[in-house]
Design a protein around this ligand. Structure first.
Ligand code: GLP
Length: 261
């Protein structure tokens, strides 16, 4: 894992944006997996701004949404699909046909999950998977206890996630119980992974993710098993890391080896 500690949120967003831009400059049809949630909204705002200025071309990029709520159809105002239309697709030159979603209103769940996995394979796999992290360590909707080898499937939201989503959904009763998410095994097959987090509320989760044991009780810890993961965080989110001084020094020195990084 490479832990990159930035001064503040803006720098976290800038760094993440640059990784995405570099990938779009290097590959004609890069494949990027994207999370929903509050954390990446600033990143998507940045992508919109830079795309408008002509600094990043998103037309030939292929995107995959990380998860979706079960039951979500096109009339749903809280679906992941709507989230990405609002925050990205409507305001950029992304080609909607290149943006893949899990169909939340499918009548055949098993088949839909299989289709999504197949689609990822068909385009050659995910080059860069961007992730956020839940305070309890979930990634996507892989809740605490998720198998580290899991594939795209349904998950039942736990109480922590439901409470967290209650505000957005206008009350706990409106939050769905069921969602569909790429599995941890699916995520670990991405060629590169970048997890971004900022703020004090994420400090404990980052500590467990980077320095805790690998355990399904803390799904993000599974990222330690991947060979190319970047954890891009601000000072607050880094505040509980035992080896943060080392991570800082390692990051500075490693930049001298541009062929590797
Ligand atoms: C949801 C999403 C995750 C996201 C997490 C944290 O559960 N499915 O992909 O990482 O929330 O959200 P936030 O960024 O709002 O803290």
């Amino acid at each position: 894992m490479e832990v990159i500690i930035e001064k503040n949120v803006d720098d976290v967003i800038e760094r993440t944006y640059k990784f995405i831009r570099n990938l779009t400059e290097k590959k004609r049809h890069p494949v990027i997996g994207l999370p929903s949630g509050r954390t990446p909204i600033l990143l998507y705002k940045k992508l919109v701004e830079e795309n408008k200025k002509g600094n990043i071309d998103l037309e030939s990029v292929i995107f995959f949404a990380l998860d979706e709520f079960y039951g979500a159809d096109d009339s749903w105002s809280f679906s992941t699909k709507k989230y990405f239309y609002d925050h990205l697709i409507n305001n950029t030159n992304i080609s909607p046909e290149n943006f893949y979603f899990i169909n939340g209103s499918t009548e055949n769940l098993k088949e839909e999950c299989r289709r999504y996995e197949e689609k990822i394979k068909d385009v050659g796999g995910i080059d860069l998977q961007i992730l956020g992290i839940g305070e309890d360590g979930h990634i996507g909707f892989n809740e605490v206890g998720s198998s580290l080898n899991s594939r795209t499937r349904i998950k039942i939201l736990n109480d922590t996630s439901k409470k967290f989503l209650a505000e957005e959904f206008g009350g706990l009763d409106n939050v769905p119980d069921v969602c569909i998410t790429m599995g941890i095994g699916t995520i670990l097959e991405a060629k590169r992974i970048l997890l971004l987090a900022y703020g004090k509320s994420k400090a404990k989760a980052i500590k467990e993710c980077v320095e805790g044991p690998v355990t399904s009780s803390f799904p993000a810890s599974a990222l330690q098993l991947h060979a190319d993961v970047k954890i891009v965080i601000d000072e607050e989110a880094a505040s509980l890391l035992k080896s943060k001084d080392y991570y800082r020094r390692a990051f500075e020195l490693s930049r001298k080896f541009p062929d590797i990084y």
